[in-house]
Design a protein around this ligand. Structure first.
Ligand code: 5AD
Ligand code: SF4
Length: 477
């Protein structure tokens, strides 16, 4: 019966996107309106596991759900639909998902109409999808990174047929724009500039689960940014696996620095950030654009991964210890106040103590404001997965030494803005103390200060009174 209804709905669906998805959104809405009349509350929850890209996917899912008539809840006990966006960059991200899905079993036993769906990077791995289907039969909806925009179509089918829906695509050349998206903060937004990655670093699963690099049309990006600013957004974060290769996959597209400059010139845009530039193709032009545009934030996240030239070569990173350090030097010359952060992997196959010492040297030289450190995690299907692993004890021991070393060298830069008055974008009420607010400096450092809720979303001048290492206490002027 349900299937027949869906077949009829399907027959009338437009072929082109995004019209097709808007049609399914309307169909869900009509269905929910009837159910709401019978007391159904139509609540949905979206849980994000992973990076900013995954968070952005979560915003898209939420946007579609809201447009279709669901209200968003943070409480899984009351949700009718629970969706996950997943990450598989390291094994512990996968474990996190399994933990969460396992916990949902009792909810499903209580409410057989509950729809649980999973999308994102982890669903692009066949083995993981098989495991979920075998061990967690109450997951109804599985789709991947290339077809996230089709949520409404899949959800409607599941609702009507009560059957499982699994649809996974190997790769896609299509970018579907202009579907709803729900921002977490009214004043801050992220915007995709490209999808996928062509770099094939030998440890990394991203190119396999996100596909080849596809740049969005710069006019579309600009239009989206302008609309966000008109809607009150003060800070935009541009997202791509490697922003520096933006546009290279298209014939007549502008370069990343050109795109950045165009967006920076949108009147009313107070802050512009980007993530992530690869050190191998960080251009002088990009530094100049950062220098010339005051609203481009004073922060560069520059993943090092390893400081050893030999390891970098085996990682397929296309830069060396020396060229990375030369880049840091140049960045600090052009942008003396910039805050530099990084990612480092410890225990890549074949890493010797000498290689590790090279990493320690670069850390001492670069004086990162902060660093995300990871123990190497073997990812099936990547070249490095076949190489001999460093013993676990050695990895753990190096990891501890690295943490201590990073702390020591970041201390030298901590508190360098003490006493200054700097602009803070106020983000939220302080989680720990009453009457306190939390916000960020242009260089991404957190500041806590006293103030009323009405300041949230505003940029205010704050005097930095006390340095707490990674953050400040301040007072609004
Ligand atoms: N093991 C450990 N860390 C990894 N990263 C990516 N792949 C792996 C892996 N297999 C780290 C890199 C990257 C960050 C997002 O995750 O440091 O920059
Ligand atoms: Fe992975 Fe390297 Fe691409 Fe980053 S640049 S997503 S580490 S393959």
């Amino acid at each position: 019966m349900g299937n027949k209804l869906f077949t009829e709905i399907l027959e009338n669906a437009p072929v082109n996107e995004p019209e097709r998805q808007f049609y399914f959104i309307e169909q869900i809405k009509a269905l929910l309106d009837v159910k709401k009349g019978e007391g159904y509350e139509a609540k949905a929850m979206v849980t994000v596991i992973g990076c900013q890209m995954s968070a952005k996917d979560g915003e898209k899912l939420q946007g579609i759900l809201q447009e279709a008539g669901y209200s968003i809840t943070e409480n899984e006990e009351e949700a009718d639909v629970i969706l996950f966006t997943t990450c598989t960059v390291r094994e512990n991200a996968n474990q996190k998902l399994y933990g969460r899905i396992g916990q949902l079993k009792h909810l499903y036993q209580r409410n057989k109409d509950l729809i649980i769906g999973i999308t994102g990077c982890m669903m692009q791995e066949k083995d993981e999808v098989e495991t979920i289907q075998k061990k967690y039969p109450y997951v109804h909806l599985i789709f991947g990174t290339h077809n996230i925009y089709k949520l409404a179509e899949y959800l409607l089918e599941t609702m009507l047929s009560k059957e499982k829906k699994v649809e996974l695509l190997e790769d896609s050349t299509e970018i579907v724009e202009n579907l709803p998206s729900k921002r977490k903060y009214a004043f801050r937004a992220s915007v995709n500039i490209s999808f996928g990655c062509n770099n094939f670093c030998t440890y990394c699963i991203v190119p396999y689960v996100r596909g080849r690099e596809k740049s969005r049309d710069s006019r579309e990006i600009l239009k989206e940014c302008e609309a966000l600013v008109a809607d009150g957004v003060k800070e935009i974060m541009l997202l791509g696996q490697n922003v520096n290769s933006y546009g290279l996959d298209k014939k007549e597209e502008c370069s990343f620095p050109e795109l950045l400059a165009k967006i920076a010139r949108i009147p009313g845009l107070k802050r512009l950030r980007f993530m992530t530039p690869n050190p191998k193709d960080f251009s002088d032009e990009l530094l100049q654009v950062m220098k010339e545009n005051e609203n481009i934030c004073n922060h560069i996240h520059l993943p090092l991964q390893s400081g050893s030239t030999a390891i970098l070569k085996r990682m397929n990173r296309h830069y060396s210890k020396d060229s990375y350090m030369a880049l840091v030097k140049k960045i600090r010359e052009v942008l003396p106040d910039v805050s530099l952060t990084t990612d480092i992997i410890v225990g890549f196959p074949g890493e010797t103590e000498e290689d590790f010492q090279d990493t320690m040297e670069v850390v001492a030289y670069a004086k990162f404001d902060s660093a995300f450190t990871f123990q190497y995690s073997k990812r099936t299907g990547t070249p490095a997965a076949k190489w001999e692993a460093v013993p676990e004890d050695t990895v753990k021991e190096r990891f501890q030494r690295l943490l201590e070393h990073i702390r020591l060298h970041s201390e030298e830069r901590e508190g360098r803005d003490l006493g200054k008055v700097m602009d803070v974008l106020v983000e939220e009420k302080d989680k720990e103390s009453e009457n306190m607010l939390t916000g960020r400096l242009s260089n991404n450092v957190l500041v806590h200060f006293e103030g009323g809720e009405r300041l949230i979303g505003e940029i205010v001048p704050v005097r930095l009174d006390k340095s707490m290492g990674f953050y400040y206490y301040g007072s609004v002027l």
